[in-house]
Design a binder for this molecule. Structure first.
Ligand SMILES: Nc1nc2c(ncn2[C@@H]2O[C@H](COP(=O)(O)OP(=O)(O)OP(=O)(O)O)[C@@H](O)[C@H]2O)c(=O)[nH]1
Ligand SMILES: [K+]
Ligand SMILES: [Mg+2]
Length: 455
């Protein structure tokens, strides 16, 4: 969907707190008509940046509410333009009555993310910080919250900006060389320093690109897939780990066909846990489709729980998982059905033995999953958190790799310098897209449509 914003010259408003009953409801206003809003509804413009108690009145003079109001003048406001905040009591009828007065003055309801968009356009935030704000609002686990906060404080934006500045330095060296050069001479040899800078930046970016996608995983959730033969107890285990009855369980093999997903917080890490159809030879068309879906999940998994029942008709099937990139945890299930004293894991090849009925071994399994997640570097230093960042960095590296890699190489004539300058310019552009220093409109639209209104 293409999202179109109203004019950036409009004065916008939006509730910044959730709909419903609450102690307070905060309404934000931003744009050139802000002072007029204060004059009309409070009777005066409050002192800048100071919480002031004020009676809000409608256009007939009838009080709407007594509210704490805040006025942020021009450039020092969160959006970089005239802005205000109204802390009403948290009743929706009251908020509606207030909104009606704002609309009467010509304000319009903000689009999702429009306040943050204005802050970016005013240079108050770079794009990675704007994305971090969205991630912070959406965070469901500690790791997500920490990653969002560190990105807000520049964990991604700062190094990207430094790369861009160094590439700009390199570009200006080459441009100087071009200026010095005439037809017989290719400049002062400044290109050598330029190529050194470019290759160092390229190496640094490539190191970051080899991060195994941890930042993206923290943002989206690590994928843990439960798989194994039919009736191994996969759906029962999903329900047990989720703590609720998500999946259908029966003693009929082939009960699960569709992929089911639950989101879990495992020690602060976001996990997407998937239940899949039992894998075996089957002529049943529906089961075959289910197994194809199961295999797709296995291909995308970070960790696979491969289940095998300790007892029952399926226990002797010596099934092994298909070849996988993911880490595999071999889980022996239904151990409550083993006789007392029977050694559980030994000789079975399993890593963990569980019973979803008695709960035995479930804590050990959770621990094993946590240890199998590729999290050693979570929240430490720079993290790529979106595909957008990865694509931009990859494109920048591709441009830098077109430059000669050894500094010994001399340009054959000055037109070659011009081509090198162009490659550098492209690298600068792609790196700049991450922070918003180069800003194609579709990038902005894609980012801000994912925001909630009022942010
Ligand atoms: N005693 C005992 N029975 C279990 C346990 N886990 C599962 N079962 C039983 O095993 C049968 C199969 O369980 P499911 O969870 O449906 O197995 P599944 O692997 O999802 O099966 P499909 O979806 O058909 O591949 C059911 O009758 C469950 O009640 C367990 O830990 N202990
Ligand atoms: K079943
Ligand atoms: Mg099942």
């Amino acid at each position: 969907m293409k999202f179109t914003y109203g004019s950036d010259a409009d004065t916008i408003y939006a509730p910044a707190t959730p709909v419903g009953r609450s102690a307070l409801a905060i309404v934000r206003v931003s744009g050139p008509q802000t002072q007029q809003v204060f004059l009309q509804l409070c009777g005066r413009i409050p002192e800048s940046r100071k919480a002031t108690l004020s009676t809000l009145r409608d256009r007939t003079g009838v009080p709407i509410d007594q509210a704490l109001v805040l006025y942020f003048p021009g450039a020092s406001s969160p959006t970089g333009e005239e802005a205000g905040e109204f802390h009403l009591h948290g009743n929706m009828l009251l908020v509606d009555a207030f909104a009606l007065e704002l609309e009467h003055l010509g304000l319009r309801l903000a689009q999702p993310g429009e306040f943050t968009r204005r802050a970016v356009l005013a240079g108050k935030l770079d794009l990675t910080q704007a994305e971090a704000l969205a991630d912070l609002v959406e965070a469901e686990t500690t790791a997500q919250r920490r990653q969002a906060v560190s990105q807000l404080y520049g964990a991604l934006g700062d190094p990207v900006l430094r790369w861009r500045n160094r590439l700009l330095d390199a570009l200006s060296l080459i441009e100087a060389d071009i200026d010095f050069s005439d037809e017989d001479d290719v400049g002062e040899g400044l290109f050598m320093s330029a190529l050194t800078i470019a290759s160092q930046v390229s190496d640094e970016i490539q190191t970051v690109l080899r991060d195994r996608g941890i930042g993206e995983r923290v943002r989206d959730g690590f994928r843990v897939v439960i798989a194994g033969p039919p009736n191994a107890g996969k759906s029962t285990l999903l329900n047990c780990l989720a703590g609720r009855d998500v999946a259908i369980v029966t003693d009929i093999p082939g009960t699960t066909r569709d992929v089911l997903e639950v989101r879990l917080d495992l020690g602060g890490l976001p996990v997407r846990l998937f239940d899949t159809a039992g894998l075996h030879e089957s002529g049943d068309v529906v089961e075959q489709i289910g197994m194809a879906r199961a295999n797709d999940q296995l291909d995308a998994a970070d960790v696979v729980l491969w289940l095998k029942p300790a007892v029952g008709p399926d226990s002797d099937q010596s099934r092994i998982p298909p070849p996988l990139v993911a880490k595999v945890i071999h889980v022996l299930t239904k151990v409550d059905r083993l006789g007392a004293g029977e050694a559980t894991i030994q000789g079975t090849g399993a890593d963990v033995a569980v019973s979803a009925v008695s709960g035995a071994g479930v804590d050990a399994l959770v621990l094993a999953i946590q240890q199998a997640l590729p999290v050693s570097s979570v929240n430490e230093g720079m993290a790529i958190t979106r595909r957008r960042h990865r694509e931009a960095l990859t494109a920048a590296v591709a441009a830098l790799c077109r430059l000669p890699q050894g500094t010994e190489e001399n340009p054959t004539d000055w037109t070659e310098l011009v081509l090198w300058a162009e490659d550098l310019r492209q690298a600068v552009f792609h790196v700049g897209c991450i922070t918003g220093h180069a800003r194609p409109d579709d990038v902005l639209d894609r980012i801000f449509t994912a925001f909630c209104i009022g942010k």
